[in-house]
Write a protein that binds this ligand. Structure first.
Ligand SMILES: C[S@@+](CC[C@H](N)C(=O)[O-])C[C@H]1O[C@@H](n2cnc3c(N)ncnc32)[C@H](O)[C@@H]1O
Length: 255
């Protein structure tokens, strides 16, 4: 049976494609690639039919994929991967057994790698929360970003639509003090910019750069991820390593 492969494509750099995804992509003559993947993956898309999935209404797209599956397998390049905030769930569900999901490098993973920080550091951070102000809702009682922010939390904010001064103020209330923040714009894509600071100085450091597409006519969520929390700047020594060596690893026979 021909398949529709939903390939976790990573944040945009084709070097982050898994070997499995690269192999499956090479086998598909039809590829759905959201912008800007048709550019960054150009070398992998030569001689293929490349379509933008968001140019179609759902039923139209499903009918087209049905037709294409009669002649061969079809690939979807999934930004990051399907785990968080992927718009492809309805297609995966509708295609049922014909859909195959291949994991990839999520933007969260690429951000942690860029910062060279684990986001859950013992004694510094005891939980990480992924959230987007776009999906929290604005009904009375809906949680705010400020309510999710708290000491010990690393917060990953997708698709932010709150102006930065307001966001920083909300987060500062939640954390109760200024903590590190990183704004990671277009990771792995042309135009990549990363600004690191604290809740107190980030607004000045960003200046008039519109990292969240809030000023212009393009209201689509920007390719910008925000990370906040003590773990971003924490430096750890070898004590936890030795603690684990003594109490966990050694007992399992690691010598
Ligand atoms: C619809 S969500 C898709 C997330 C994706 N499924 C993932 O695994 O990363 C889109 C949001 O992900 C983040 N994002 C996606 N690609 C990014 C990139 N290359 N650089 C920074 N943030 C990115 C941004 O917050 C953007 O608004």
């Amino acid at each position: 049976m021909n398949r529709a492969y939903f390939l976790g494509a990573g944040p945009g750099d084709p070097d982050l494609l898994t070997l499995r995804a690269a192999r499956l992509l090479a086998d598909c003559a039809v590829v759905y690639a959201p912008t800007p993947f048709e550019e960054t993956f150009a070398a992998h898309l030569e001689h293929k039919t490349v379509l933008v999935p968001f140019n179609y209404y759902f039923r139209e797209l499903l009918d087209l994929v049905d037709l294409q599956l009669e002649s061969g397998s079809v690939a979807f390049l999934v930004p990051g991967d399907l785990t968080f905030y992927s718009p492809f769930q309805s297609l995966v569900d509708a295609l049922g057994d014909r859909a195959v999901v291949v994991p990839g490098v999520g933007t969260a993973n690429a951000a942690a790698a860029h910062l060279k920080k684990t986001l859950d550091l013992p004694a510094v951070c005891n939980r990480a929360i992924l959230a987007s102000p776009r999906t929290l809702g604005d009904t009375p009682g809906a949680p705010t970003m400020g309510e999710l922010a708290a000491p010990g939390v690393t917060l990953l904010i997708y698709m932010n639509n709150i102006p930065l001064p307001e966001l920083a103020a909300q987060l500062r209330t939640g954390y109760g003090r200024s903590v590190p923040i990183a704004i990671l714009h277009r990771l792995g894509l042309p135009g990549e910019e990363v600004v690191q600071g604290t809740l107190d100085d980030i607004v000045g450091k960003v200046g008039d750069r519109d990292f969240f597409n809030l000023a212009g006519p393009d209201r689509r969520p920007a390719l910008t991820l925000v990370l906040v929390g003590e773990s971003l700047a924490a430096v750890t020594d070898g004590r936890w390593w030795d603690h684990r060596r003594e109490h966990i690893w050694k007992l399992r026979g690691a010598e």
